[in-house]
Design a protein around this ligand. Structure first.
Ligand SMILES: CC/C=C(/N=C/c1c(COP(=O)(O)O)cnc(C)c1O)C(=O)O
Length: 381
């Protein structure tokens, strides 16, 4: 496996060959110069790359360190998810597939899938837990507006993990004409390394921009961690540098509570969705105020980084995330996604508890989709 004993292809025998074919297509198609040029051109003209690295001076005062925000929230669609969706749709098109399926929780990956489904004129179906259909209604409407079919999933906990289960079943049945657009660095090989490849544009840009703006590498990189794709996308370019990595997980009611989504901070090794990784304990109910972090597992490379001590991960509670959500809105006039707010709260802890002076934070998405949830928590009248 690519990540120590983590990752791998823990799937039934009938899935082994299709995944081997996908891995071969990834090597043959997505690693060519022509692919990279087309990928880069669409990222620039359609998604709006490069994104700024913004020195948030008022937030820096509040945190007590120099905070640089990588503005993935400014991308088309409002989150980093479009980077991966474009890469995967290009691959699917060149591999001769004419149907896309995806899972979604926050609806940002679902929206990105609908966007590229329209752009590449591919049949598109998105699986979404009924619970998330309710709390990210605006994104459900956006997906349908762009021609995607949104299939509410009611089995199990009607959440993100259940949507992944159903999407994997669909993929196994329709592997000949369907590409499964996995939305994070999760699933059986090759999905984690494919998604890492397509998200790594974030860190490549941020590394150059940081050196230009700070005059040297940053002391630390921080991101929220759901499946872990925006975090890996930022970290990957710095992996051989003397730069610390920190991940803020969906801590729900606390890593030591029985309602959270923080397997790195408080979980165990196990196999889920075709990968050996870390998952929350059996007696814990998966929960996060943010739909995009509300997942019981995590990408295998993060499990490996944790094991090596290359990155540190902390459960960020719902309340800590909501406080960070409001603090960025008030100090910089930027409303982050609730998922992203977990990374901001992590950065605040890093600034307070370490001597890191320059910190790059991945602003993975914007908070328009979260206005109803936020209104339930803040009485702003
Ligand atoms: C693929 C399921 C996750 C979703 N979103 C996750 C998400 C995340 C967490 O996903 P990762 O970056 O993969 O850890 C962070 N920021 C924003 C704005 C997100 O929407 C989604 O469906 O939109």
């Amino acid at each position: 496996a690519a990540f120590g004993e983590f990752g791998g292809r823990h799937v039934p025998e009938p899935m082994q060959e299709p995944l081997a074919r996908l891995a071969a297509a990834f090597e043959d198609i997505a690693k060519t110069e022509a692919f990279h040029e087309e990928f880069r051109a669409i990222l620039e003209s359609y998604a709006g790359r490069p994104t700024p690295l913004y020195h948030a001076e008022r937030l820096s005062e509040a945190y007590g360190a120099e905070i640089y925000l990588k503005r993935e929230d400014l991308l088309h669609g409002g989150a980093h998810k479009i980077n991966n969706a474009i890469g995967q749709a290009l691959l699917a098109e060149k591999a001769g597939k004419d149907r896309l399926i995806a899972e979604t929780g926050a609806g940002q990956h679902g929206t990105a899938t609908a966007m590229v489904g329209a752009l590449f004129d591919l049949d598109t179906e998105v699986y979404m837990g009924e619970k998330d259909v309710q709390r990210q209604r605006m994104n459900v409407f956006r997906m349908r507006l762009m021609g995607a079919q949104v299939n509410p999933v009611t089995q199990g906990g009607a959440g993100l993990a259940d949507a992944v289960d159903v999407a994997l079943e669909d993929f196994m049945e329709n592997v000949d004409d369907t590409h499964y657009m996995v939305g994070s660095v999760v699933g059986p090989d090759p999905f984690p390394r494919m998604v890492r490849e397509f998200q790594s544009v974030i860190g490549k840009e941020a590394r150059e921009q940081a050196i230009e703006q700070i005059g040297e590498l940053p002391d630390a990189c921080v991101a929220c961690v759901g499946g872990g794709s925006n975090a890996i996308g930022l970290f990957h370019a710095f992996r051989d540098d003397d730069v610390a990595f920190y991940g803020g997980e969906g801590g729900g009611e606390g890593g030591d509570s029985d309602r959270h989504a923080a397997p790195l901070d408080s979980g165990k090794e196990d196999v889920i969705h075709g990968m050996r990784t870390r998952v929350i304990d059996d007696d814990v109910e998966v929960h996060s105020v943010s739909a995009g972090l509300d997942y019981p597992g995590v990408g295998p490379e993060h499990a490996r980084f944790r094991e090596l001590g290359r990155a540190q991960y902390r459960a960020i509670t719902d309340d800590e995330a909501l406080e960070a959500f409001r603090e960025l809105s008030r100090t910089e006039g930027i409303i982050p996604a609730l998922e992203t707010a977990h990374g901001l709260a992590m950065a605040k802890k890093v600034a307070a508890e370490t001597d890191h002076e320059t910190i790059v934070v991945n602003l993975s998405g914007r908070g328009d989709k979260d206005m109803e949830t936020a209104a339930e928590h803040f009485d702003l009248d």
